[in-house]
Design a protein around this ligand. Sequence first.
Ligand code: ZN
Length: 412
Amino acid sequence: MSTRATAAPADQLTVRRSNLSLVLTHLRDAGPRSRARVASDTGLNKATVSSLVAELIDRGLVGEGEVQRVGNVGRPGQTVGLAPGGVVGVGVEVNADFVDVTALDLTHEVVLSRRHPADIRALGEQRSIELLVRCLDDAVVALGDSGCSVVGVTVAVPALVDSLRGRVALAPNLGWTGTALAEQLDTALAHHGIRVQLDNDANLGAIAEHAVGVARDVDDLVYLAGEVGVGCGVIVGGRLVRGASGFTGEIGHAPLNHRLEVCGCGRVGCWETQVGLGVLLTGCARGPDDPVLDTYADIDARLELVLARAADGDPDTLDTLERVGIALGLGASVLVNIVNPRALVLGGYFAALEHHLRPYVVHTLLERVVAPEAGGVEVRASQLGFTAASRGGAVVALQSVFADPTRVPVTA
Ligand SMILES: [Zn+2]
């Protein structure tokens, strides 16, 4: 057989796959519209678009919607849009206090959201991974029962993550080092036929805010993940900044605390010894048995308690919020001086306590950022709470389908 005979169909398949991706991604970014409108938006001809849309419908990725007229002439067309339900991506965050699972469909609607409080450091690495497997297995089964098929899983870890090799290089607040997490999860979940990838929690938080959160309208942002550890995800020009080895964003370990307290990483004076969740909760606690320190209680409920005490004018709580707020502003000003983002998104517990922390942060930014008006940065509170990283994981899992819709088999 001549190579020339096989080259043309292979090229045609590549072009078709790329056009399927173009149409599906356009429907995600521009919303439902008629086939004629898709053709004029993308520059593809109408017959090609009809054929591509038919295939996307057969793969369960696109559905028909309402009838819509384009301009004043011609027949009205039926709109097509991303199919809700059905194909889903799953994100899981494992953090010091919890495992959070979120599944999003192609329209980025939440189809499953579960949080399991857990003391991950106390459980140890192997039992934590077993818990992670149980949480994932339960979620995939529940999604299957409700007619959804999972296209991929992304796990968020508060760690230096080697995404390419699927390894957790170092997670100081979990006590993990050199963990081949993706491989272990792939093996444990092989019966579901699902591939697992890993990323840093703050990177995925930034991706979530840019895709579905409060930073959808900007392409330059810093997302600050306020959890037991503190890290940031940086998006510049619409792209996540990873750095030479993938370890960008470890601001939590910048030496900003002159009191030289010992950090989870073993160094002294790291920023997170002033602004980490543990510091906040310890500062607000009335003793070692205070419910705000109960790692088996849901984190949102514990933060509600902090808010209630602040509303009652509890002096220890208000002093702690002021101390954390000023320190948060100082670290944020370092980031804003370096990155000059349009938006600084406060995530995790920083968002839950935004009402108290924001005035200190804004004041400090105006004082410490050398550019006039702090370089035009807007401080925004995440509305995704502690689900930001898991949502970002689900967004990333879905990206494989937008890049290549033929990954989803024809079902019609
Ligand atoms: Zn540190």
